[in-house]
Design a protein around this ligand. Structure first.
Ligand code: NAD
Length: 368
């Protein structure tokens, strides 16, 4: 007798990995467990056609294993697109460690994690993500060479955030040119949401160019600091999405473009650092397009960080990383043009360009 399946949850229980909604033909998923250190981690390798799967390790207190698996599947897939569209010879991967980074992260746990990374012989290369700092990558480096984002004193590239901010700035200028006919940000009203590592440097670039910058953050201390340092105005309105600005730069959380905000946003350009800004790319991307808002795809314009650590794989050269990051300007213009010509949203256009590059390489590899 066959039982009736009614919910996605039930389906997922039957096919807990390949049946996950976020599963998208991932090549390999590695579950790592170590009783002594308490390590429970998942490494997701989404696609390695273009090169080794590079992506950060996130340590997060996930509510359950489903959430952790879903996160690693989603994030590793995102890395495939990010590297492919940035023109890097890298595949997409990501790792999650289940636990509280503040209380459960120990050098022993990080070393054990490094051993698991090493066991993949370079198919996956790790880096820093939420819950990790450069010192953790240095610990991982003690047991494996398959790690980037290590300290400059150890030959690494250090903090990627300033490079990410530069790339976002380039992407924002390109999207502004596409929308307004000129990439000059002088006098443009820009709202930066989240003035952390990336947001603050972005504010610096914007203020220097003469943009009228407003900032929001959940930290009042940060707001005061950044406002005083750069002369940016603290946004004090009730609803930042309805603010009459030219450009909205999400640099805090993902999914800020959602059912509640997509019809409300007044900005004519959206360009920021946060990952996965569109709550649903199939729904919210088209709404922005219909409303004439130019959306610079997040994974395209926040690639400065990965471009920076990419340089570490051979020999790190800061100037080369900045040159490649500057090119985000050209790539963004190309993709916005391609989207327009093919009646695609910019997000779908960027994904198509990434997929074309992967398919092309697959063909080349097959004929070798
Ligand atoms: P961060 O943690 O340094 O800064 C985030 C800031 O956002 C903090 O100041 C925080 O107080 C603020 N914030 C949190 N919730 C908020 C809310 N609801 N409203 C307003 N502000 C809020 O992070 P970061 O390194 O600057 O990264 C920012 C975003 O860019 C993240 O989504 C990150 O995943 C993404 N990103 C970062 C890099 C990088 O190189 N750091 C690379 C690619 C993508």
């Amino acid at each position: 007798m066959t039982s009736e399946i009614t919910t996605v949850k039930e389906l997922q229980k039957m096919d807990p990995v390949f049946g996950q909604l976020s599963f998208d033909n991932h090549e390999q998923i590695v579950f790592c467990n170590d009783k002594d250190t308490g390590l429970r981690a998942i490494i997701g390798i989404h696609n390695s056609v273009l090169g080794p799967a590079l992506g950060g390790t996130r340590m997060w207190n996930y509510a359950n294993e489903w959430e952790a698996l879903n996160d690693v599947l989603r994030l590793s897939r995102g890395m495939t697109y990010k590297s492919a569209v940035a023109g890097l010879n890298l595949g997409g991967g990501k790792a999650v460690i289940i636990g509280d980074a503040k209380t459960q992260k120990t050098p022993e746990l990080m070393r054990k994690f490094g051993e698991f990374v090493h066991s993949l012989s370079g198919r996956y290369i790790t880096a820093e993500d939420v819950g990790m700092v450069t010192a953790d990558m240095d610990t991982v480096r003690d047991v494996t060479p398959y790690v980037t984002g290590i300290s400059e004193s150890r030959g690494g590239s250090g903090n990627p955030s300033p490079v990410t901010a530069f790339g976002v700035y380039m992407g924002m200028k390109a999207a502004t040119k596409f929308q307004f006919g000129s990439d000059n940000l002088e006098g443009k009203k820009v709202l930066v949401q989240g003035i952390g590592h990336v947001g603050e440097t972005l504010v610096d670039y914007l203020v220097k160019e003469g943009a009228l910058v407003q900032i929001t953050d959940i930290s009042e201390t940060r707001l005061e600091e950044v406002s005083q340092k750069y002369g940016a105005t603290i946004f004090r309105g009730d609803d930042l999405y309805a603010a009459p600005v030219d450009i909205y730069a999400p640099c805090a959380l993902g999914a800020t473009i959602n059912d509640e905000t997509a019809y409300k946003i007044q900005a004519k350009v959206i360009a920021g650092a946060a990952n996965n800004q569109l709550a649903n790319e199939n729904v919210h991307g088209p709404i922005l397009q219909e409303r004439g808002i130019v959306y610079a795809p997040d994974f395209l314009i926040n690639a400065g960080g990965i471009i920076n650590v990419y340089g570490e794989i051979a020999h790190y050269d800061k100037a080369e990383a900045m040159r490649r990051t500057e090119n985000i300007y050209n790539t963004t213009l190309e993709i916005l043009g391609y989207a327009n010509a093919n009646n695609l949203t910019p997000q779908k256009a960027a994904m198509a360009v990434a997929e074309q590059r992967i398919e092309q390489r697959k063909k080349e590899n097959a004929t070798k």
